[in-house]
Design a protein around this ligand. Structure first.
Ligand SMILES: Cc1cc2nc3c(=O)[nH]c(=O)nc-3n(C[C@H](O)[C@H](O)[C@H](O)COP(=O)(O)O)c2cc1C
Ligand code: SF4
Ligand code: SF4
Length: 591
């Protein structure tokens, strides 16, 4: 069944706070993330770093993408241990229709999700809500045992795109200024904090209003070099911003990318798009640009950095997603980004803030970061590492804390207590082994001893499937739809002992938070689309009325009530029983 894709409808701050407190109290989770997956820093290992001079307690966070668009996503990433948030790219065209499905994480990563789906003012509100919630959670006593007494500082980094004209529009300029000074939004939103509710004590708190004064510029594939230069200068001059320019893997040139992706990594089926290489920034011009823009920024008292990398444009050979081309991420991109870093470090010695180079240009890294390669990637000197593909795999945001624990162990095992000394230690070891630096060592490693991790043969396995058609009630209850959903649209309810409700767990979806990205469809072992087959709940009457297919309009209360439409009437009694169970709808009756 194909349904029109409805816009995302963010939950209000009031509802998000009610949900946090209620879920925490009734099931020891927040937005479906169990407290066992929250990040607690170790007392003796310091993972902090400076993001363009701003302190952040861990070098990890969501890359601009589906995990940094809505308030609950950012809160989930924070609970998992992220302290650097590269917010979803905001651009002037905020009423575009994105083809669906737009995410394909079956093996490596592909997507066609190149624009934010909220309006620009809605995006600002989501980021302000997220910032306020994180500040409240930092001081919320019940959470202390799970996130530690001092969760440390975090940084919100804006991402804007995709051309100068769009960035100069009053709409995008107001967004940037709104992130600079969010007092108006904070004052409006604080009235949603119930003075008698669990977060009432924070209602009059002095919330941060200067949310962000850094931008990672997302240059869309094909963005001309002069445009990149002009946008960076505009952001520095007109908005007083420190800028990171996100570079594309095409900078390596067609032949090198072809050699790595096809010859070395064996992805025969990946079809490069030659025009993408012709249209994108060329290596020599890239070198000039980095040189020029870093001096331009420094002359004006600003910091400058680069980010490696955006996704790789490839032809859509699969047809799972409707657009062509599509954008590749994950394991092969990790090798490409490492190769690009090596090429840039060779071409511009002493330029980058890398051990052994000691330059001033920070290098941020997002390309196939996983628990397994995080410590090695950070050892190169990149700061921070942001993640998208790995968080879209089963476990979702719950994958962050184990990553950070593995990193903590790596630092501790090296006899170090912080990232700086760990990097110095790794540089010494790399040079002793004959490498120029850790970048060269890591490139050698990913194309040599560890090739299997990045090669086609290590990334062919398809998600598990069972020969059964998905039904509204009853499935293999693998929980994947809950964890792979970046928006936390899915949730599970236990059914034990409930009359007329089968199975151990039932899975339901808050349809207003679902953008039909397709990620749960990919990972659900059964045949069918969980986002369309499982009980689809609406809280907003207008959204419910405009939707199609079997669905329910839920009114939280004591008891919770619901009405059905689209042929779901026969399922209404069962739904209402489930929603009113002890561990029922994850919203308090008062909402
Ligand atoms: C579904 C999806 C959406 C993305 N959206 C954006 C975006 O809005 N802006 C952007 O600069 N990069 C976007 N990216 C690229 C990521 O920020 C990241 O640079 C890239 O995916 C490489 O990291 P990974 O291998 O960990 O996924 C997106 C990636 C994915 C998979
Ligand atoms: S419920 Fe499924 S389709 Fe909807 S946003 Fe979540 S993962 Fe994507
Ligand atoms: S709907 Fe699919 S993904 Fe979700 S729990 Fe059931 S079997 Fe697993």
């Amino acid at each position: 069944m194909a349904l029109d894709v409805a816009p995302l409808t963010p939950m209000s701050l009031e509802m998000l706070l009610d949900r946090i407190a209620f879920e925490f109290e009734t099931r020891n989770r927040i937005f479906d993330l169990p407290t066992g997956r929250f990040w607690q820093p170790a007392d003796d290992i310091d993972l902090s770093f400076e993001f363009l001079g701003r302190p952040a307690a861990t070098p990890v966070g969501p890359a601009a993408g589906p995990h940094s668009q809505m308030a609950q996503n950012i809160v989930l990433a924070w609970l998992g241990g992220s302290r650097l948030f590269e917010l979803k790219t905001v651009q002037v065209l905020d009423d575009l229709e994105i083809g669906r499905p737009c995410i394909d994480m079956q093996t490596i990563g592909y997507n066609i999700e190149w624009s934010q789906e909220l309006t620009v003012p809605e995006s600002l509100d989501e980021y302000v809500k997220a910032s306020m919630i994180v500040e409240m959670l930092r001081g919320w006593e019940p959470l202390r045992d799970h996130v530690g007494a001092d969760p440390g500082p975090h940084v919100f980094d804006m991402s804007v795109g995709y051309d100068l004209a769009g960035i100069q529009t009053p709409k995008v300029a107001a967004f940037i200024e709104g992130m600079h000074n969010a007092s108006a939004a904070v004052e409006r939103l604080r009235t949603e904090i119930d003075p008698d509710g669990p977060f009432g004590a924070f209602r009059d708190m002095a919330f941060t209003t200067a949310l962000s004064n850094t931008i990672t510029l997302s240059t869309f594939h094909g963005c001309p070099p002069d445009e990149i230069e002009a946008i960076t200068k505009h952001l520095i001059d007109d908005h007083d911003i420190d800028v990171i320019v996100k570079l594309n893997p095409t900078l390596l040139g067609h032949d090198r990318v072809d050699e790595i992706v096809h010859q070395r990594l064996g992805y025969d089926y990946v079809q490069l798009v030659p025009e993408a290489f012709d249209d994108d920034l060329q290596f020599d011009r890239g070198i000039e640009l980095i040189d020029e823009l870093s001096s331009y920024a420094a002359d004006r008292g600003h910091r400058f950095g680069i980010k490696l990398t955006n996704t790789l444009v490839v032809a859509n050979h699969k047809g799972f997603m409707p657009d062509d081309p599509m954008y590749l991420s994950g394991p092969p991109l990790h090798v490409l980004a490492t190769a690009l870093l090596d090429a840039l470090a060779t071409a511009l010695p002493g330029k980058f803030m890398l051990p052994g180079h000691d330059g001033a240009v920070m290098v941020s890294f997002s390309a196939g970061i996983t628990k397994e390669n995080l410590a090695d990637a950070l050892a190169m000197g990149v700061n921070p590492t942001t993640i998208c593909t790995d968080l879209l795999k089963p476990g979702g945001y719950g994958r962050l804390a184990p990553m950070l624990r593995t990193l903590t162990d790596a630092v501790g095992d090296a006899g170090c207590t912080d990232l700086g000394s760990y990097r110095a230690h790794r540089l010494e070891a790399a040079q002793a082994a004959g490498h120029r630096d850790v970048v060269a060592e890591h490139l050698d490693h990913v194309l040599g001893a560890d090739l299997g991790t990045y090669h086609l043969t290590g990334n062919e396995k398809l998600p598990r499937s069972v020969d059964h058609t998905l039904e509204m009630w009853g499935c293999v209850a693998c929980n994947f739809c809950v964890t792979v959903c970046p928006n936390d649209a899915f949730f599970k309810l236990p059914t034990q002992g409930l009359e007329g409700v089968e199975g151990r767990q039932q899975y339901l979806v808050f349809s207003e938070l679902c953008n039909e990205c397709g990620n749960c469809l990919t990972f659900c072992p059964e045949e069918g689309d969980p986002a369309l087959v499982k009980p689809r709940l609406y809280l907003d009457e207008a959204r419910f009325a405009a939707a199609e297919g079997p669905r329910f309009l839920v009114t939280p209360g004591e008891p919770h009530t619901a009405v059905a439409a689209g042929g779901a009437d026969g399922e209404l009694d069962r739904l209402i029983t489930l929603l009113n169970a002890d561990e029922g709808l994850p919203l308090p009756p008062s909402v």
